[in-house]
Design a protein around this ligand. Structure first.
Ligand code: ADP
Ligand code: ZN
Length: 523
């Protein structure tokens, strides 16, 4: 009797990995690969991407190449496979010449099922190595962290672009590209650059139910952090900062305040860095303060919190970093300290560091990150929508959903704002509209606008509070804004009834939003 590929894959899962059930879309993905078709797999961190190529690797006759940028992790990955009785090896600069020739011999003798390589090793050396691999029976090529090929991704690696020749060098060999993070733009770019042949894309839900999302306005962030940590005593966590210096400084302050903490950033020498990482993984230190250099590929199950002291550059990076919490499925917290000053700071970096097209995309992503910080609706919904996933509007486990916000009759306030937008001919952004409402004496305000009836009608309301009200009006659909670099406020079909006094508007009370742990609500 012929055993179907499906039964086989399940047996391999059991025999080599000791698991009884497939997760997410593992089974469909493996079937697609076994049919020798190209695949793109988007699965959140910890979702189980590796098995999607490891199981086919065991079932195909020949060799599976695994391309990964994470040289530091190759040894661990290969050791883990060997422990399961799988013939795997890696080639990278950490191996001695002799060790390398041993691997080459094993390859020549068809003794290996999986070979892990960095892209520069695969393509480098004038293509000599590729020529050698072409003499072997390569059954499958897996490209891990595939978003690294895209300039629009958050972790672009130039070496990855050379992988675009793979489909030509290994014609007919199926390719599986995998990533935990890809928005639509990056996803399309991966498919295009790898020249995948009629690829099937598999997208797993990115929702991480056990992670609770919080944003706190950044004021005295160190004290706010200490408050947060009181709710997380003796728990393991990662605190991200923008700069190496602040990772270092924060570790020193927390240590002085009695916390068990070490820093991690690319400025530390390699040995020390690796030691800190290792200690964290083995629970020998509780907290790591780090730049985003930390965490890629780290498989630690009991990270209970991830804090961002500074605004990340985009949602992909943010989601991946927060995704390092709660791999064990237990409740974990993600806290972001948000201030508009951070947006301006990052904006200036983007403008200096990139060409025009890149800048435009990076600024758009930055503004989406800022929008997340400013959000007046469910944060989880925003994150999932960002990844093209539908979601309900009340997750019950983000600060917005947890703080049932009090509302009041804000009809007059709404009318003032809407009529200012109307009288400015719907040609200005929120900042300018607020200045007009406030009756700002600034020279920026055109003289004719100082004559408007709405000029100064909102001077009794604080500028920041006005900002919140405008966001509410956007959220309630009473205003819209253009999708341009400098968004302009526009009226909507819902605006008119309000201006005519036919509809009431309930606005949200603006209070000091303080971080509230979902475990210990402080009302
Ligand atoms: P990713 O690469 O997507 O971040 P991994 O492939 O490292 O995730 O898998 C994360 C963890 O989940 C690993 O410990 C792995 O052994 C485990 N895992 C993967 N698939 C399954 C499954 N079907 N059943 C149980 N555990 C699984
Ligand atoms: Zn929510």
């Amino acid at each position: 009797m012929k055993i179907s590929a499906k039964t086989n894959a399940k047996e391999v899962l059991k025999q080599y990995f000791g698991y009884t059930k497939f997760r997410h879309q593992q089974e469909q993905i493996i079937t697609n690969v076994l049919d020798r078709k190209d695949s793109l797999v988007l699965m959140p961190t910890g979702g189980g991407k590796s098995l999607c190529y490891q199981i086919p690797a065991l079932m195909f006759d020949g060799l599976t190449l695994v391309i990964s940028p994470l040289i530091a992790l190759m040894k661990d990955q290969v050791d883990a496979l060997k422990l399961n009785g799988i013939k795997a090896a890696y080639l990278n600069s950490a191996l001695s010449g002799r060790q390398q020739s041993e691997v080459i011999d094993q390859l020549k003798n068809n003794e290996l099922k999986l070979l892990y390589l960095a892209p520069e090793r695969l393509i480098g050396n004038d293509g000599e190595f590729i020529k050698f691999l072409q003499t072997l029976n390569v059954s499958l090529i897996a490209i891990d962290e595939a978003h690294c090929i895209s300039q629009w991704g958050h972790d672009f690696r130039p070496e990855y672009t050379r992988l675009s020749t793979l489909k030509t060098s290994f014609a007919g060999t199926p390719v599986i590209a995998l990533t935990a993070t890809a928005d639509r733009l990056t996803k399309d770019d991966i498919l295009k650059q790898l020249k995948l042949d009629k690829p099937q894309t598999f997208i797993s839900s990115f929702n991480r139910e056990n992670i609770h999302y919080f944003v706190a306005p950044k004021r005295e962030s160190y004290n706010q952090l200490l408050d947060f940590l009181k709710n997380h005593e003796n728990e393991s966590g990662i605190i991200y900062t923008l700069s190496r210096a602040s990772a270092e400084g924060l570790a020193a302050s927390l240590k002085a305040d009695g916390y068990d903490v070490l820093p991690y950033h690319a400025g530390l020498d390699r040995e020390l860095r690796e030691r800190h990482q290792d200690m964290f993984i083995k629970d020998e230190v509780k907290i790591i303060t780090a730049t985003i250099a930390f965490g890629m590929g780290i498989d630690k199950s009991n990270v209970r919190f991830v804090v961002h002291m500074d605004l990340p550059k985009n949602i992909e990076g943010y989601y991946q970093e927060t995704g390092r919490a709660g791999r064990d499925g237990l409740k974990s917290d993600a806290l972001l300290f948000y201030s508009y000053a951070d947006v301006l700071k990052l904006q200036s970096f983007v403008e200096v560091e990139n060409n025009e097209q890149q800048s435009r995309i990076m600024l758009k992503k930055l503004h989406e990150m800022a929008e997340y910080g400013d959000l007046r609706s469910c944060r989880r919904q925003y994150l999932l929508n960002y990844f093209d996933e539908e979601a309900e509007d009340n997750c019950g486990s983000c600060d917005v959903c947890l703080n049932e916000r009090e509302r009041f009759d804000g009809t007059i306030i709404a009318q003032k704002a809407l009529s200012a937008v109307a009288r400015l001919d719907q040609k200005f952004g929120a900042g300018y509209v607020i200045d007009v409402l406030k009756g700002s004496k600034s020279e920026k305000i055109r003289d004719e606008h100082k004559q408007l009836k709405t000029y100064g009608v909102g001077s009794d309301i604080n500028k920041v509070v006005w900002g919140h009200y405008i966001k509410d009006l956007l959220y309630l659909g009473l205003l819209s804004k253009t999708d341009t670099q400098y968004p302009v406020l526009k009226l909507t079909e819902k605006s008119l009834p309000v201006l005519r006094g036919e509809e009431k508007v309930m606005l949200f009370k603006v209070s000091e939003t303080v971080y509230q742990s979902s475990t210990k609500p402080q009302h």
